[in-house]
Ligand binder design. Structure first.
Ligand code: PHE
Length: 386
């Protein structure tokens, strides 16, 4: 009998496809909250070509929740986090959120980083009326899924504008080429928002090339781009491909500045891109060079705990968990619908990534920073307010 049950549990774990990784929970993945606990679910890319996104975010979330638990928890209850790995796949993201809600019975969900994966999972949270906060998905469509879906980061119409202005005003670029990932809603959207603003500013798009995430050879696209003689190239992708693109661009003698968005933010960017990535620019959610007390304190605590400098993902993960907890604390009895209402009321929350106020579309309106890659350090260049 025991054997049969074990086999059934294993079969379930295999068919549902998501690996469980949790600090706090043991067992077959069907744990429910005990009377003095609140269950929070997290889903992210802990493995795969965007693994640093999931790992950093999870580090930030865990640090925030441990602080809360140490200080007594929320309404006398401890928060228990269940983290599921989706391997960077949209289908797995949806499976993970289904499992967190229907099997574990979580009260709220944190995730994802990549917009495509947030968009795959958000409808499940919405249908089940469980609030979800994406720490860092920037495509507008994510929160358009419904009134239970929030984010604590800015959105891509703004991020695209920021980089278009930077290209035009700071780099004095007149002609820009685009290289976008057509499999990523984030990349496609950000490219479009950039183009719109850059044209408004009088700029010209001389080439618009594409690739699909997972590809490793970008020489054909880069050769076309080089022939179009741009002043700069906008590459709104994720770090693995961006690192390779930078290398291949320089190998082909394409030496103009490369520009990107938050998807470049990874400790692996320099590892993959090598010196070819140096001197290029991207927009991001925070800078480690800030002197704001809340940022300095966060970096210090994170380094003590993880021995590493926190990237923007870690900072956003931390902020998303803190915003959720503060909302929970304001409810009468921790019902998901009440938590939803309280998240919606978040105003001037003093986050590591800036002041967070949730607007009527359930997005955060915040400034962006532009940084310049210099080895493993992203040097602060400028802040651009909405
Ligand atoms: N904004 C990206 C998206 O929506 C995800 C991301 C955020 C990546 C922050 C890196 C840093 O897909």
């Amino acid at each position: 009998m025991k054997h049969i049950i074990l086999t059934a549990v294993l079969a379930l774990a295999v068919t549902s496809g998501c690996t469980r990784k949790s600090d706090t929970a043991a067992g077959g993945g069907t744990e429910k909250a005990s009377a003095n606990e609140i269950l929070v679910g997290e889903y992210g890319s802990l493995t795969g070509s965007e693994a640093t996104f999931g790992i950093s975010t999870s580090n930030g979330i865990k640090m925030a929740l441990d602080e809360v638990n140490k200080a007594g928890g929320v309404k006398g209850k401890q928060i228990k986090l269940i983290t599921l790995d989706n391997q960077g796949k949209s289908e797995e993201a949806a499976a993970a959120v289904t499992r967190l809600i229907t099997q574990n019975g979580v009260t709220a969900v944190l995730g994802e980083v990549a917009s495509s994966r947030s968009m795959a999972a958000a409808p499940i949270a919405q249908q089940n009326k469980i609030p979800m906060i994406s720490p860092s998905s920037t495509n507008p469509k994510v929160t358009e899924v419904g009134d239970y879906i929030f984010r604590v980061c800015f959105i891509d119409p703004f991020q695209g504008t920021v980089m278009a202005k930077f290209a035009s005003e700071n780099l004095k670029a007149k002609k820009v080429a685009i290289l976008r990932d057509v499999k990523s809603d984030y990349s496609v959207g950000l490219a479009d928002f950039f183009i719109k603003k850059f044209k408004d500013l009088g700029g010209e798009i001389v080439s618009d090339q594409s690739y699909q995430s997972g590809e490793m050879d970008f020489k054909a696209q880069l050769t076309q781009i080089k022939a179009a003689k741009p002043d700069a190239v906008f590459v709104p992708g994720y770090y693995t491909e961006v690192g390779l693109i930078a290398r291949q661009a320089r190998q082909l003698g394409l030496t103009v500045p490369l520009m990107g968005g938050d998807g470049w933010d990874s400790s692996k960017l320099f590892e993959i891109g090598g010196t070819a990535i140096n001197g290029n620019y991207f927009s991001n959610h925070y800078t480690t060079e800030s002197t704001e007390p809340v940022v300095v304190e966060f970096i210090k605590k994170y380094k003590e705990r993880y021995g590493d400098t926190p990237d923007g993902l870690a900072a956003l993960g931390y902020d998303s968990a803190k915003v959720l907890v503060e909302a929970m604390a304001r409810t009468a009895d921790l019902k998901p619908s009440q938590i939803r209402d309280e998240i919606a009321k978040t105003k001037d929350f003093n986050g590591v990534t800036g002041k967070i106020t949730i607007d009527a579309q359930r997005n955060a309106v915040k400034p962006a920073v532009i940084v310049k890659v210099d080895g493993n350090i992203n040097r602060f260049v400028t802040t651009i307010a909405p």
